[in-house]
Write a protein that binds this ligand. Sequence first.
Ligand SMILES: NC(=O)c1ccc[n+]([C@@H]2O[C@H](COP(=O)([O-])OP(=O)(O)OC[C@H]3O[C@@H](n4cnc5c(N)ncnc54)[C@H](O)[C@@H]3O)[C@@H](O)[C@H]2O)c1
Length: 444
Amino acid sequence: LEHKTAIIGLGYVGLPLALLAKQKGLDVIGIDVDERKLKLINAGVSPFTDEDVTNALKSATPPLSVTSDTAAMADRDTLVVCVPTPVDATYTPDLGPVIGACTGIAKVLHKGQLVIIESTINPGVCDEIIVPLLEKQSGLTCGKDFYLAHCPERINPGDEKWHVGNIARVVGGYDPKSLQLAVAFYQKVITGSVKPMGSLKEAEAVKVVENSFRDVNIAFVNELAMSFTKLGIDVVNVIDGAATKPFAFMPHYPGAGVGGHCIPVDPYYLIEYAKKNGFDHKFLSIARNINNGMPAFVVERVAEALRTANLTLKGAKVAVLGLSYKPNVGDLRESPSLEIIDELKLSGADVAVHDPYVTKFDGAPSTFSGEVVFGETAAISGNDILQTIAGADAVIVATNHREYSDLLPDDFLAVGVKAVIDGRNCLNKDAFEASEIIYEGVGR
Ligand SMILES: NC(=O)c1ccc[n+]([C@@H]2O[C@H](COP(=O)([O-])OP(=O)(O)OC[C@H]3O[C@@H](n4cnc5c(N)ncnc54)[C@H](O)[C@@H]3O)[C@@H](O)[C@H]2O)c1
């Protein structure tokens, strides 16, 4: 194949891939249903905060060609699907976008085309849903007329070392030819290694397993954090101690909750598929429940700290530093901060928030009101941390943004703050404990 490529879904996964493939000399078009996003990309602007994407969009000559017209896929030989795979409010996997994208593909599908699914899907989705859908609607046969592969994306937005170009990949194919064509595509585009898997199902399972691995490990240390709070042991010191063991221990750290489009979502895809096939993944479900409970645990710690200051959550002013789910990016998807804010409001607290990376509330749940300074509805104050925390009774550091870790007790004392809850264990604990501030970490 020449790898004349269409990338379908231009989000955190699809847009960097489209830009990289273009840089590697491939003829690429991007397809998305979101006209607002297409407009921004056409104007050379990244729809999300990402320096690499911003630079690549600026330097792309000619600019990356994008459209919402799925007919543009017809003259492509390689179609890469990068649409979202979320869960709904009851944590049930929603394959709607994948089915939507594949239905669009089926309409233009013709002999010789290679379809690659990059979206995270549970084992069985390719064989049981995508192949029948593509074959039925096109009248073609997979492995004979067209080819299908799965290559789960592993991109970690904001990571300075690992990016779409150098992360190793695994690929599963419907048949040997599908596998060979897809491996050749990735070998053209990335410098990371490409490992062929034995089947589509194996490749699908790799992704849900690696993210479940992370979820389970984080749940373990989160449980330790809750236990050690009662036992009066600093869990971070213990983990750092255990990490001196040169084999068979891998440090993970507790925190205010697990967010993003992957870790708190992907395990449900495996749990649900196993359940349909008669297996109950108890371990994964417990891990999910523990991690989902961390925002509530942090709010409890705030209440406890306020009690020490003879205050109650009801009527207290609480500032939340950090809205996004991870440091130094503006991604709000499944962010524990939003849960924390909701819980605080339900308890009757007056909430202010600060996040220098978030400029919009797209993606926030509809219950999120957008109030960001005490008492008033206003725009996010952006870079003025001190203005946000001024007059707060308690402050929660909910995201480990680089702007927060250097804050010192005096910064808080100067504006009247009584308690600081370090939801990411990123502040200098010793300095806070030596001050008049009531300090609580997560498990320390
Ligand atoms: N974000 C990450 O860090 C990450 C990492 C690895 C894997 N993944 C997986 O990759 C997939 C994509 O994630 P993302 O973060 O890029 O999502 P995203 O929401 O940022 O982007 C997905 C894009 O697909 C578009 N879209 C939805 N339905 C469409 C359709 N029918 N046709 C064309 N476009 C459509 C949306 O408008 C959106 O722009 C998911 O399965 C996710 O689990 C994400």
